[in-house]
Every structure is written in structure tokens, then in C-alpha cells.
Design a protein around this ligand. Structure first.
Ligand code: ADP
Ligand code: MG
Length: 357
């Protein structure tokens, strides 16, 4: 069902995106490293899951945020090894991996014991598995920017393993997704000579919000599926409000289906958006309360640097230019805002509405 609010896992469940899916599958097959970038709720996790399901070899899906929040503000090698072990064990019990042996050990008994195996040991194990199955093993990290919390050196130990696999393990490949696009680029560091991955080649696939036509078609198709007749002008108005971000369209469609009116559905969608965004803001505010203040300034339409500075100082006291700049750069890297012709703007109009209030 299109309006199912969970990430989708099968091709039949998703709307459009044939090109993006082809690119992801092509990336998986042809490149040791692929990046899937795009703002929050645009459909990255869904497309990644669908692609891994379609991939004919072994695909390992890792929700990096979950590894991070399971730990204590960092991701230990043991937690990562444990997770991969758990996923492989699950796969070893069912489906085509059942009974497959790697280096003489059946997969179901492949004990990469957390405290004894390192990330590099795991990669070596996966290479063996890839060779055995005749297909690359794909390790996919969703919201991979959180891997900067791996170990104690900003994730360098993780990346060193990836670089090793890139250079020496032809049957292992990686996918990284990121909503915080600049942070993901900084982390992977393909352009940064101090990164272990400097100069490596990767494929990058950007997932964009749907253009208006497709957004309206998305809603029409969803309503048709649940047998609801919704007037065209309401569909248009919904896209005016929510833009082409599938996460919000799904939320709206689902609520409309349950509540039966446009107004109630928009209201419920905005409430839900508020709750989600409040949680994300809370994370930001842990860094500094200035983040929220600056987002507020931009959301109410103060787009010039000097206007933002005046607003922030009026509400929160003096701030140095350097500090303001560094927060603006961070917000850009985290894909909250964009800068065009010297003017700052919110990226997601729903987030803008919620913060403006
Ligand atoms: P992201 O990982 O980019 O934050 P998700 O994959 O979690 O985005 O998608 C957000 C929501 O939008 C989910 O409810 C998902 O089911 C829905 N969604 C995203 N893309 C599509 C699509 N192409 N077709 C149907 N639903 C989609
Ligand atoms: Mg996601």
C-alpha cells in the first residue's frame, strides 16, 4: 500500500523511482562504494531496501542510527560485528544461504564473536562468503554519517576497513545513505586527502522530491488503492502544502483515509510533522540552542546573513561572526537549509511551516 507509513521493501510497494532503482542496482553491481543521498523522508531507506531485495547476492542492511543509539554516544566495533553476525545468522537459517559453508564453517554457525573479531576480520569473512556465492556481498549502512561515532577517531578505523576492502576484497561492496548530505560527504572523505578513502571512486545517486505532476499522481494512485474518491482541487492543495516529499504525502494520504476530510488530514499531518521535527530539533539543541534560533530566523523569511544575525542577537544575546558562520555551515551540511545567491532558505517547506509557528 502506497500510504503505508513504514519504509517500503518491495518494488511493487513503491511509486515511480525506476531510474533511481536502476542506478542503485547498477552502483551495487559496478562500484565498490555507492552513496545514496537526499533529504529526510525522500525515500532513501525504501529504495535501498527494495534494491537489496532485488539484488541477487547477499545484501546486509544496517540501520546505523540504531547502532548509535544502542550504544553510549559511540559505536563500538563489537556492536557492529554483533549486528552483522545477527543478520547473517538470520539469513543462514532461511532462504538460499541455508547450508552454505564459508571456510568450512556453515553460515548458521559462522561465529564472528564480537570480542574476538575486528571489523577487518568480518570483511575478510564476507569476502569468503562472496567468493562462495559467486556474487559480491553488499554491506549497506543507512544514515551512514553516524559512523563518524565509530571508535574513538571520528570513524577513521571504520573507513580504514572500507579502504582495505576496496583495495583487496573484490567481492565486498558498500552502500552508504545519508540525509545529512554534507556530513556524509565529510565522513566518507573521498575528496579529503587525510581520509583513508581519499581518491577512491564511488557512484553517487541523488534522490529528489517528486515534481508536482508526480506528487499529484502519487496521491491519486494511493487514494485509488484504498478506494477513496478525492477531489482534484484537494490533491492540488495538498501538494501546495506538502511539496513533493513522499514521507509527507504518505502521512497525508494515510490520515485522509482514516479521518475522511482534507482539513483533518492536513492538520494531523502537521501535528505528526511537528512531533518528528521537535525530536530532530532536540538533537540539534543539544549542540547549542542557537541552532533552533537560527532555523527560526530563516523560517520566518530572514534570508540574509545580517538579518539572521540581528534576529539571533535580539533573541539570544551576542554571537560572533565566526560562530554564526560555523552554525550556518553545519545546518547546510545537515541539509536543513540551503544557500542560494547569498540568501539562506529552508529546504523542506513542511519543516519551515512547523518551525515558523
Ligand atoms: P528516507 O529514508 O529518505 O528518510 P523513507 O524511505 O523512510 O525515507 O520514506 C519516507 C516515507 O515515504 C515512508 O513512509 C515510505 O514508505 C514513503 N515513501 C518514500 N518513497 C516512496 C515511494 N517511491 N513510493 C511509496 N512510498 C514512498
Ligand atoms: Mg531513512
Amino acid at each position: 500500500m502506497l500510504f503505508d507509513p513504514r519504509p517500503k521493501e518491495r518494488r511493487e510497494e513503491i511509486f515511480d523511482r525506476e531510474k533511481e532503482l536502476e542506478s542503485i542496482l547498477n552502483g551495487i553491481n559496478e562500484y565498490p562504494i555507492s552513496l545514496i543521498i537526499g533529504i529526510r523522508r525522500v525515500g532513501k531507506s525504501s529504495l535501498l531496501k527494495v534494491a537489496l531485495n532485488e539484488y541477487s547476492g547477499i545484501g546486509i542492511y544496517i540501520d546505523t542510527r540504531r547502532l548509535y543509539s544502542a550504544g553510549s554516544g559511540s559505536i563500538s566495533s563489537a556492536v557492529l560485528v554483533d549486528e552483522i553476525n545477527r543478520i547473517l545468522l538470520g539469513k543462514g537459517r532461511v532462504g538460499f544461504l541455508r547450508g552454505i559453508k564459508v571456510d568450512g564453517v556453515s553460515l548458521a554457525g559462522l561465529h564472528l564473536r564480537p570480542r574476538e573479531s575486528t571489523w577487518v576480520d568480518v570483511l575478510d569473512g564476507l569476502e569468503g562468503l562472496g567468493r562462495k556465492t559467486g556474487k559480491k556481498v553488499v554491506v549497506a549502512f543507512d544514515e551512514a554519517q553516524y559512523l563518524r561515532f565509530f571508535g574513538s577517531r571520528g570513524g577513521k578505523d571504520f573507513l580504514t576497513g572500507v579502504a582495505y576492502a576496496y583495495d583487496s576484497l573484490p567481492d565486498v561492496s558498500f552502500v552508504f545513505t545519508g540525509s545529512e548530505v554534507g556530513l556524509l560527504h565529510d565522513f566518507v572523505g573521498i575528496d579529503d586527502y587525510s581520509s583513508p578513502l581519499y581518491g577512491r571512486i564511488s557512484e553517487e545517486i541523488e534522490i529528489r522530491p517528486f515534481p508536482r505532476e508526480l506528487s499529484e499522481e502519487f496521491l491519486r494512485r494511493g487514494f485509488e488503492e484504498v478506494g477513496l474518491k478525492v477531489p482534484e482541487d484537494e490533491i492540488r492543495k495538498a501538494v501546495d502544502e506538502l511539496d513533493g516529499i513522499p514521507g509527507w504525502l504518505v502521512e497525508f494520504g494515510f490520515k485522509y483515509w482514516k479521518k475522511g476530510s482534507f482539513e483533518k488530514a492536513i492538520e494531523a499531518t502537521m501535528d505528526r510533522a511537528k512531533a518528528m521535527i521537535r525530536e530532530e530539533l532536540f538533537e540539534l539543541e543539544k549542540r547549542s540552542p542557537r541552532y533552533a534560533l537560527i532555523l527560526k530566523a530563516i523560517s520566518i523569511g530572514l534570508s540574509r546573513w545580517s538579518q539572521i544575525k540581528d534576529y539571533v542577537e535580539a533573541k539570544g544575546g551576542p554571537i560572533t561572526n565566526a560562530r554564526l558562520n560555523s552554525i550556518l555551515v553545519n545546518l547546510e551540511k545537515m541539509s536543513w537549509i540551503k544557500k542560494e545567491n547569498g540568501r539562506y532558505q529552508m529546504i523542506d517547506p513542511v519543516v519551515e511551516k512547523v518551525i515558523k509557528e
